[in-house]
Design a protein around this ligand. Structure first.
Ligand code: HMG
Ligand code: MG
Length: 303
């Protein structure tokens, strides 16, 4: 049997934003800065550094402007931030973000809890953000939460995910991130959703953002690779969770993804040893082991 896997993928590292946003104890800015710089040193070229959202809603991200000004920027690295509205966009622009992520969902119930508006309202709210971003020449991606299932019991159909993805793509998002916010998806559902989305937007514009709550993320990524998706979000040490998705745990760990890709001969451009050291750096700070199996298995082999 042979499959047509891609030769190369792009990892978008979300550990400093999605990974840390749910931490209850405020993490000092200098730790976030060191995390981001270590990840870039490990070869990451696309990285989410934080979010310009209401500090009342997500206090952990309140220092994103400081993080952005303190990191030592490297050329050829895109430093991205998440923005829910114009106020967030202004923060992003002032911080010199290379790109932004706007975000909505395939679940109405989740969107209300996460950004306090319906899916349709969120698209209206993004319209001026998108207009400004285009004027400023800042590229933007868009995320569709709950694409493989909702924490609130609604059925999420592939058609519903495709519909919102198409609207975001038509607004000018260069990539649509299909997010399994609560990590419930399985490979067949993953393929069904990705195939439905690929019928309405180009395959090259599809990214995947899988949380690993049910331990399915690697299997789902493997299924997505077979569909031809080459843009993968992940979070070092498997950090993460969304404060407005009950029960959601971290994103798939970057080092687990890179280990799998290396074994399959797929180039991610990342250095596995440096990633594992970074996973232990942040995990030691948080005083718990990484969720990542690979980081645990290879710890004793680090020099
Ligand atoms: P709202 O209360 O409806 O907004 O919240 P509002 O416009 O009425 O403003 C209320 C207050 O927030 C005002 O302050 C605003 O100035 C302030 P006050 O007058 O009360 O002092 N405010 C802001 N402050 C800073 N930055 C801003 C901003 N906007 C308003 N940008 C809002 C609406 C969107 C602001 C709120 O719901 C919010 O911040 N939500 C963020 C939720 C969030 O960050 N969730 C996690 C990230 S998404 C995620 O993790 C999913 C993803 O990973 C994919 C996946 O896995 O599914 C991307
Ligand atoms: Mg997420």
């Amino acid at each position: 049997m042979s499959f047509d896997y891609p030769d190369k993928v792009r990892i978008f590292e979300v550990g400093a934003r999605d990974g840390l946003q749910n931490e209850k104890t405020q993490i000092p800015t200098n730790i976030k800065v060191e995390l981001i710089e270590r990840l870039v040193d490990a070869g990451v070229t696309a990285i989410e550094t934080g979010s310009f959202v209401s500090p009342k809603w997500v206090p952990q991200m309140a220092d994103t402007a400081d993080v952005m000004s303190e990191i030592e920027r490297k050329q050829n690295v895109s430093y991205s931030v998440l923005t829910p509205n114009m106020k967030g966009y202004e923060g992003a622009r002032n911080s010199g973000a290379d790109e932004i992520l706007i975000f909505t969902a395939a679940s109405e119930a989740f969107n209300q809890r996460n950004i306090n508006c319906s899916i349709a309202e969120s698209l209206d709210r993004f319209a001026p953000v998108v207009a400004e971003a285009k004027k400023d020449g800042i590229p933007f991606k868009a995320s569709v939460s709950c694409s493989l299932g909702s924490p609130f019991g609604e059925e999420i159909t592939p058609a519903a995910v495709a519909e919102v993805s198409k609207k975001l793509y038509d607004m000018g998002a260069y990539e649509i991130s299909i997010a399994d916010t609560i990590g419930v998806g399985t490979p067949r559902k993953t393929v069904e959703v990705l195939e439905a989305v690929a019928k309405v937007i180009p395959l090259e514009a599809i990214g995947i953002h899988f949380h690993d709550t049910y331990g399915q993320a690697l299997a789902n990524i493997h299924a997505a690779l077979q569909v031809g998706v080459t843009k993968i979000d992940s979070s070092v040490a498997g950090l993460g969770g969304c404060p407005y998705a009950p029960g959601a745990t971290g994103n798939v760990a970057t080092e687990d993804v890179v280990y799998m890709l290396e074994g399959m001969g797929i180039d991610s451009g990342l250095d596995l040893t440096k990633l594992i050291k970074t996973a232990w750096f942040i995990s030691d700070y948080l005083d718990r082991a990484p969720v990542s199996s690979v980081a645990k298995a290879l710890k004793n082999k680090l020099d």
